[in-house]
Write a new protein. Structure first.
Length: 135
């Protein structure tokens, strides 16, 4: 991007580039920009949490469950960040992929208790229904 050519440390431009690459299913390249963006973000902020979550979703798409768990946990360590329910959903999916079925189910159950209504909760219920009996 032209903005990054002028200012290599522009956090917003790096996030935008990360989102554009993610939309094109270029997850590894997207994570490189998101990683650069999070380095420029203030730790413990909602902005950093959103980037951690985006890296988590990319890692999940790449079937890298270990990195996805790590990134979603980092996102969730930020108090009251706006995408916490989506991060919980991603964390559960990553845990399931990693083989930690019991923890994945517990995370989804916590999500449903914390956010009883909404599309993320509907997805959590759908995963629980699909996973019941699967271990």
């Amino acid at each position: 991007s032209r903005i990054l050519a002028k200012d290599r440390n522009n956090t917003e431009a790096m996030k935008a580039m990360g989102h554009a690459l993610k939309a094109a299913s270029l997850y590894r390249a997207s994570n490189e920009y998101f990683t650069r963006a999070v380095r420029g973000s203030k730790r413990g902020t909602s902005a950093a949490a959103e980037v951690y979550a985006a890296i988590g979703w990319n890692s999940l798409a790449l079937k890298d469950a270990t990195d996805a768990v790590r990134m979603f946990e980092r996102a969730l360590s930020v108090p009251q960040h706006p995408t916490a329910p989506e991060s919980m959903l991603g964390l559960a999916q990553a845990m399931w992929l990693k083989g930690d079925r019991a923890k994945a189910k517990r995370v989804l159950e916590q999500l449903i208790v914390q956010v009883p209504k909404g599309s993320t909760t509907d997805a959590a219920r759908a995963f629980l229904a699909a996973w019941s009996g699967a271990g």
